[in-house]
Design a protein around this ligand. Sequence first.
Ligand SMILES: *[C@@H]1O[C@H](CO)[C@@H](O)[C@H](O)[C@H]1NC(C)=O
Ligand SMILES: *[C@@H]1O[C@H](CO)[C@@H](O)[C@H](O)[C@H]1NC(C)=O
Length: 189
Amino acid sequence: MSTLNNFWVIFLLILSISADAFCCSIKGFHLVRNISELPQDDYGMKGLSHITVAGSLLHGLKEVEVWLETFSPGTGTPIHRHSCEEVFVILKGSGTLYLASNTHGEFPGTPQEYSVFSNSTFIIPANDVHQVQNTNEHEDLQALIILSQPPMKPYIYEDWTTPHTAARLLFPVFWDKECLEGTSDKDEL
Ligand SMILES: *[C@@H]1O[C@H](CO)[C@@H](O)[C@H](O)[C@H]1NC(C)=O
Ligand SMILES: *[C@@H]1O[C@H](CO)[C@@H](O)[C@H](O)[C@H]1NC(C)=O
């Protein structure tokens, strides 16, 4: 019993030390946090509201990252791919998922279209080119987004005929920028 207690004390100690090592970690952040009070921003993208609910750079997570994103009518994600797995849970509104599973061709090509709706969920397989759009002109689209292997390193496509090799890496993503910029100059070229 006391060995077990010791284990937990050491475990929590290591956890708090490694959490401190993240420059952008919210020092002393509460275990239970009110989502309504977490930082949210459009990061320069009109119609977007992004909240990093639980993050790699923000909170020191290594295996998973969770976002809450709200898209106003007519807005959505860019056309992109990433090597991590992604799960969407649609909380509010409705929209369209565009998914091109053709990773063998030179470019994604015409995507499959799927209607997504409140209380629906879908998985984006690793490396499949996709886009989620709020195609409902009357309502915001809100989704909880779960990603593996953070931080996210997306490749952005101009359109569905952009060659895979021409998709451009967006790293760090907008909301991770200030975290990484705050670290040090050692990553600068
Ligand atoms: C969470 O935050 C919102 C906005 O500040 C507030 O209205 C709400 O009461 C908070 N919830 C709790 C349980 O504190
Ligand atoms: C989503 O589905 C679950 C399972 O049927 C249900 O319990 C829940 O109330 C639904 N939520 C909404 C927002 O419709």
